[in-house]
Design a protein around this ligand. Sequence first.
Ligand code: GLY
Length: 551
Amino acid sequence: MSIRLLAAAALLLSWTVSAQAAGGMVVSAHSLATQSGIAMLEHGGNAFDAAAAVALDVGVVEPAGSGIGGGGFFLLYIAREDRYVMLDARETSPQLAGHGEVYETQSSIDGPQSAGVPGLIAGVDHLIHEYGRLSRTKIAAPAIRHARDGFAVSTRYRSVAKWRQKVLAISQAGDIYLDRGNVPDEGYLIRQAALAETLERFSRLGADDFYRGQTAGRLVADMRRDGGLIRESDLAAYRVIERNPVEFDYRGCRVVSAALPSSGGLVLAEVFGMLSRDDLAAMSESDRAHLLVEVMRRAYRDRAAYMGDADFVRPPDDLLSPVRLKRLREGIDMSRATPSSSLPPALALSGSGANTTHFSVIDAEGNMVAATLSINYGFGSGYVSPSTGILLNDEMDDFVTRPGQPNVYGLVGSRANHVAPGKRMLSSMSPSFVIGPERTLLTGTPGGSRIISMVMQSILAFVENRKPPEDWLQKPRFHHQYLPDEIQHESGAFTADVIEQLRNRGHKLRQIRPYGNMQAIVWNREKGTYIGLVDPRGEGVAVTFPAGSKH
Ligand code: GLY
């Protein structure tokens, strides 16, 4: 079947897939990447092999969202050990980026200076080596093939390429991701020959090639020539880190989510801690919306004030203490919005990217992976290292890079998230598991600062057991992040009546374009069934293993 036909056929499978007694499921933002994960299960691999293949391949076929020029977080459940662990493959700041307020670049969004030291290859290598069963060669094969032979441009690709066309056009990236400077037509094949060679070297030589070998040498030579900051010593010093995830209980469910340097787990723990005594289901729609907005406001304020790389800064010990969270909840006036300016101020300003990708994988043994990977903005920095074909991230923008000035997303931050050599920039990526009495949810999404509130809304839908699950991802979303002091919402998130009631309480509302691209799985452990949930805003695909178990 041609790539185009495969994509069209895959779209028919998208949105939701239910399966009885199947041997696994993969849900990702692209049909080819999902199929690559399934192929690993067919080869006898486990969920970790499948996740490694998806991580490599989704960066090839959805280059706007992630890739080996970026990083991310893999949340794992290792069934035989009954253990959760987070692989932190987040980028680090190069030495040359300096410290805190002296970080000076032309841009933290566009071009080679905006790139942090990539972590994805270290993460994938670790995943394969420590937890997988298959060879690197087998796992990398689909990504190499798709980079060399090409993948077909889709509607979604076109819209992100249009947004980033200007920056792509000024470097070699334009030769790869555009068609003679124009946004390519649907079906046009994007081929990434140099990237295929780099991936092939990884498949033969492992992460050593990327961080200390030929790829490292080439990447640094390109960086020196083109003004980037990454040097040999930055690459050689890069390490993937195993971290304990954040864990907490909410209404009889265990939530397991990303730890610092992602703010996701802590913000979610604060939100649900504040809500622990509230019966949301019994509330009017406007009370419920008001309360959710107010808890988000407070948790995002704490994100801004206290959070950064835990290896450099420590959040206050009582951040999640029940006493503190109860006090925060008691400070919420149900009849009036709390102006963000009346809360204790957070110091400076920083942002968080809009693109990124998420996928979820489960296998017959009950191993699980929820992974959120990123190169930050659409097509990252827009800079491709010509000799390696690696599209570099612009993750440096997730630090507080310009104290006192708002960045494009207006998220605020403090000294806790200032630049320092080797430090990891604060993230919002929140791959999460929610373990209920009978069912488990694997969830996550791209969406910059709004990731956490989207994951929050998926957790609520799961805990409240709303029917049917197929509707969870369709429901229009809303968000508050402390600053700017406004409720951002998709069309249809609130009725006219609720909008009026929220305005009467002093909330400012702003309708924004649809956002997010969640790829989730609901596993009914009692019945042995899966439901794959694919965000209708994207082009993701859920497939079960073996293929015959699709319904
Ligand atoms: N670059 C998006 C995030 O880490 O939150």
